[in-house]
Design a protein around this ligand. Structure first.
Ligand SMILES: Nc1ncnc2c1ncn2[C@@H]1O[C@H](COP(=O)(O)OP(=O)(O)OP(=O)(O)O)[C@@H](O)[C@H]1O
Ligand SMILES: [Mg+2]
Length: 360
């Protein structure tokens, strides 16, 4: 692993009685694209502003490399910042906006021009250099902000929901572009979003936050496929949750479970949680099988079909108020089944995760 670029060491931020960031520790590697993901109010912005130096934490330390930076003013931390609102200077041209930080640092004119040209090209703004912000689209303005943050060659790039003010098309375009640009220049990046697709697509690692704490820190693939907690399993992607009762062992590392609608074998991913259990499995991991074909599975009745073109969503009723969502694909020449058809739901033992139920 590359050396650590940013270390957040048991950082806490209190506002009176309430706690916005609760003892968070993280080590972010050099060149890593690291994302803080979580719903509104979970403490993402607070943590990012502490790293930037705009907010003073109540406890804990922040280090860049081996140096504690808690006493450094924001402008001395060599961070580049991209926030939700554009905050580019309306009276300055694109070129002058990008050059702003370099002039403030007292670089020579030739050096400034060379760097500005490089970043105009990287952000594909070369042909717009003379324009004023009001003559740019939202996506172009956001690229100016990016260029301005990156051109100073920061040690750490901090981005707080930089795409949330843009329309869907521009957001999808820019998220790929930001990631490509970040890879190219290799700048350590902390990115804040509440958009899980953005997080999964862009990040080397994701920290899922909840109520000021970290729920899980892992690669996008692991966050999705091996959620550490029930919260992560429900927050990232879609999952079916069913109450489960442990009915004994089923070979090494496997357990037998009783669920509404039938019995299942599940492969254990860790220790079996003590007490009550919930089984979680994803819509795309379920196969609709004939009810009497033998084998494991839950038997239920097709209650609803949503045809979405390329994909088809099925809701299967297991009785007792338990509906299971199944994702399938639409294949040419294959007719849709009729509502009321009986199915056995086949799920591979490895696709089932077991959790203790959340206490409300
Ligand atoms: N100045 C403040 N005084 C009191 N409480 C605050 C203050 N700033 C933030 N908070 C609280 O701290 C918590 C975390 O806020 P923060 O802005 O970090 O959330 P966030 O994860 O960035 O949310 P969002 O996705 O909505 O931007 C929230 O409950 C918020 O109300
Ligand atoms: Mg925020």
């Amino acid at each position: 692993m590359a050396s650590t670029s940013v270390r957040i060491d048991t950082v806490t931020k209190r506002y009176g009685d309430s706690i916005a960031v609760d003892g968070v520790s993280l080590a972010i590697a050099k060149g890593e694209f690291f994302t803080l993901l979580g719903s509104s109010g979970c403490g993402k912005t607070t943590l990012l502003r502490i790293v930037a130096g705009f907010l003073k934490q109540t406890g804990g330390r922040v280090l860049f490399g081996d140096t504690c930076i808690d006493d450094l003013a924001p402008q001395h931390r060599n961070t580049g910042m991209v926030f939700q609102s554009y905050a580019i200077f309306p009276h300055l041209s694109v070129v002058d906006n990008i050059a702003y930080g370099l002039r403030a640092r007292g670089l020579k004119a030739a050096e400034i021009k060379r760097k500005v040209d490089t970043y105009l090209e990287l952000t594909r703004l070369s042909h717009l250099g003379h324009r004023k912000p009001r003559e740019l689209s939202g996506g172009q303005q956001q690229r100016v902000v990016l260029a301005r943050a990156m051109v100073i060659e920061p040690d750490v790039l901090l981005m707080d929901e930089p795409l949330s003010n843009l329309d869907t098309e521009m957001r999808i375009h820019l998220r790929t572009e930001i990631r490509a640009l970040q890879r190219k220049i290799g700048v350590t990046t902390i990115y804040v979003t509440h958009d899980q697709e953005e997080a999964l697509l862009m990040s080397d690692r994701i920290a899922v936050m909840r109520g000021g704490r970290l729920e899980q820190v892992a690669s996008p693939h692991d966050i999705y496929n091996r959620p550490a907690t029930r919260f992560v399993a429900s927050f990232i992607g879609e999952n079916n949750f069913l109450p489960a009762v442990h009915r004994g062992e089923a070979g090494p590392g496997h357990v037998r479970l009783e669920l509404p609608g039938g019995q299942f074998t599940a492969k254990l991913r860790g220790d079996l949680p003590a007490g009550a259990l919930e089984a979680a499995f994803r819509p795309q991991d379920i196969e609709l099988c004939p009810p009497d074909g033998g084998g494991d599975g839950l038997v239920g009745t097709l209650a609803d079909i949503q045809f979405l073109g390329g994909t088809v969503r099925y809701a299967v009723d297991l009785g007792g108020g338990h509906l299971v969502q199944v994702a399938g694909s639409n294949r040419s020449g294959v007719a849709l089944p009729a509502i009321g058809t009986r199915y056995r739901l086949g799920v591979s033992p490895a696709a089932i995760a077991l959790f203790a139920p959340e206490v409300a």
